[in-house]
Design a binder for this molecule. Structure first.
Ligand code: EPZ
Length: 420
């Protein structure tokens, strides 16, 4: 079924909004349940298609999953090994996060290459090299990894690049290995700290997440328990940029300042007004904002690649010229062609976009190319004069739960239509 958003634009956003639980924390934590023996309860479930895909993968492994209101109940009593086929891995990049737990628990795994948003080649060479360093034998054939971990043991791994997924998969794997594993040059994203907190609450001994070195002392087993996953910093950042772009006055609850320092610093340069206290941010934008000269994406704590498209929309209607450099993914300017249809003035060369701010955007017929580009087109549609139709909105549902309902409560006019 083809679904589309029809947006009647020219609206400002006003009121209060609550940030949902973090997709990019939820997904590795779901993979980590493979390590646990017993019942795990994850609170504040968020209905995202990527999370449902990950639950389907866990069910292949005999893990029973039930949604009880907003609590996700995960029973791993009958967890067993299983081949994770292309049919499942092609739907979600996070499928690769199950490799570490499978190797730790069952000492072998057969898993197809992961899919995910088409924002680049998204290789898994860093994952593979790291597991081989710990003694895993991996044969790659016809799009599958055949892994034998009889010789898997604790040790020291230095990542060639601070890959978020590789960091998470290795952290999980090391939890059940005898001895101490040291991971260096790791990613420092808040979702990795949340994964550490989850693992330790289930009996693991992980230290150092949030720094560039993580130490794991192996334990015999992990038990079950309750856990509250962190709020989604990328969704919070998306809402901040939506108000800055469309104008208005919105209080965003469960928006943690420490998770978005780089974005907040940029927004303060644009003349939008921010009132920040511990877990909520009020953002006011009453007039056309000033362009930010240069924006570069880098691993945390620098400006995140997952907010680059949303920032591009703000710069496309700001006063001045902005240079945006995307350093993480080689194909993350999918938004540019679609914004151009709406009147934006953006020129791309290699990994750099030159954005000349225009006074107005105009409604158009546009295609979402991936999750964050789709979420950015929604912001552009709310801002633009006239009607915008966004196709392929299934990309947006991967990372935003009923986004149209949330923006409509703030004064937007978005309809989700189903084309049979
Ligand atoms: C995670 O993806 C996030 N996904 C991405 O969010 C996010 O953009 C990315 O981290 C960077 O912050 C989840 O957490 C589910 P990486 P991941 O490994 O783990 C290269 C979203 O919109 N690389 O840190 O796949 C890779 O190609 C998504 O929510 C290798 O070369 O990201 C990229 O250029 C999109 N070899 C860079 O490293 C590898 O083995 C960062 O990738 C692994 C990665």
């Amino acid at each position: 079924m083809d679904e589309r958003f029809i947006i009647n634009g020219g609206k400002t956003l006003n009121g209060e909004i609550y940030v949902d639980t973090s997709k990019n924390a939820f997904l590795p934590i779901l993979a980590a349940t493979i390590l646990c023996d017993g019942l795990i309860i994850l609170k504040d479930f968020v209905a995202l298609s990527d999370i449902f895909c990950m639950c389907d993968i866990l069910k292949i492994l005999g893990i029973e999953i039930k949604l009880n209101g907003k609590e996700l109940q995960i029973d791993t009593t009958n967890c067993h090994n299983g081949k994770i086929t292309h049919e499942f891995t092609s739907r979600v990049r996070a499928s690769i996060f199950t490799l570490g737990p499978l190797l730790a628990r069952f000492r072998n795994a057969v898993i197809a290459y992961p899919g995910g948003c088409k924002i680049g080649a998204r290789p898994i060479d860093i994952h593979i090299k790291a597991f081989k360093t710990l003694g895993v034998k991996i044969i790659e054939r016809h799009g599958y990894l055949y892994c034998n971990a009889d010789n898997l043991k604790s040790g020291e791994v230095v990542l060639d690049f601070p890959s978020v997924g590789a960091t998470e998969s290795l952290m999980m794997c090391a939890c059940l290995l005898n001895g101490q594993t040291i991971l260096k040059n790791v990613a420092k994203e808040p979702e990795i700290v949340d994964l550490q907190n989850f693992l330790n609450s289930m009996g693991a001994k992980v230290r150092g997440a949030g720094s560039d070195c993580i130490t794991i002392c192996g334990v015999k087993k992990l038990h079950g328990g309750y856990y509250q996953i962190m709020p989604d910093r990328i969704v919070a950042g998306t809402y901040l940029l939506a108000v800055a772009t469309c104008g208005g006055d919105v209080t965003i609850h469960k928006a943690i300042q420490a998770h978005n320092e780089s974005l907040i610093s940029f927004l303060k340069q644009t003349a939008c007004v921010l009132n920040i206290n511990n877990d909520k941010i009020r953002v006011k934008a009453k007039k056309r904002l000033i362009s930010i000269d240069k924006i570069q994406t880098f691993p945390y704590p620098f400006f995140p690649t997952d907010l680059q498209p949303q920032m591009m929309v703000l710069q496309s209607v700001s006063k001045g010229v902005s240079l945006i450099q995307e350093n993480l993914f080689e194909n993350r300017f999918g938004l540019v062609s679609e914004l151009g249809k709406m009147g934006a003035d953006i020129v791309v060369k290699d990994r750099t976009a030159l954005v000349k701010g225009v006074e107005k955007l105009y409604g158009a017929d546009v295609q979402a190319s991936d999750l964050r580009a789709g979420a950015s087109l929604v912001i552009a549609g709310i801002k633009a004069e006239g009607y915008t139709t966004i196709h392929n909105i299934e990309y947006i549902d991967r990372g935003y739960e009923r986004i149209e309902e949330k923006y409509n409560l703030l004064g937007a006019d978005i309809k989700r239509i189903k084309i049979e």
